[in-house]
Design a protein around this ligand. Structure first.
Ligand code: FES
Length: 108
């Protein structure tokens, strides 16, 4: 496991932000004060979900959307609930907040 400090993340609810490390593309979403971190890779074709920088949510800011074929995912679990990968899940990334900074724990 590799731990990476992404620094101080200041998001409002229903905001998202993308990050890239050497090997991973990730995104973070805040919902109801909780941060969720996923690998930025759609389980359908393995492409990044967003076409616009830092935009991972549908227009209602309720669900994560893949821009390629409009698959929809629950923010809290990453489960796909509509679209070509229905029933598959985004890869959740283990993380913690230490001294106001987001530390992600990535698999080797
Ligand atoms: S690549 Fe994401 S829904 Fe097809």
């Amino acid at each position: 496991m590799v731990s990476i400090n992404l620094g101080s993340i200041k998001l409002n609810d229903n905001e998202s932000r993308g990050f890239s490390t050497k090997e991973y593309s990730l995104f973070v979403i805040q919902k109801q004060g909780e941060l969720y971190v996923y690998r930025n890779s759609c389980p359908h074709l393995g492409v990044e979900l967003n076409w616009v920088e830092n935009q991972f949510l549908d227009p209602d800011c309720e669900l994560i959307v893949c821009s390629t074929h409009n698959a929809l995912f629950l923010v809290e679990s990453g489960l796909c609930v509509a679209g070509p990968c229905n029933g598959a899940s985004l890869d959740a990334i283990a993380h913690e907040i230490v001294n106001d900074e987001l530390i992600v724990h990535l698999p080797d």
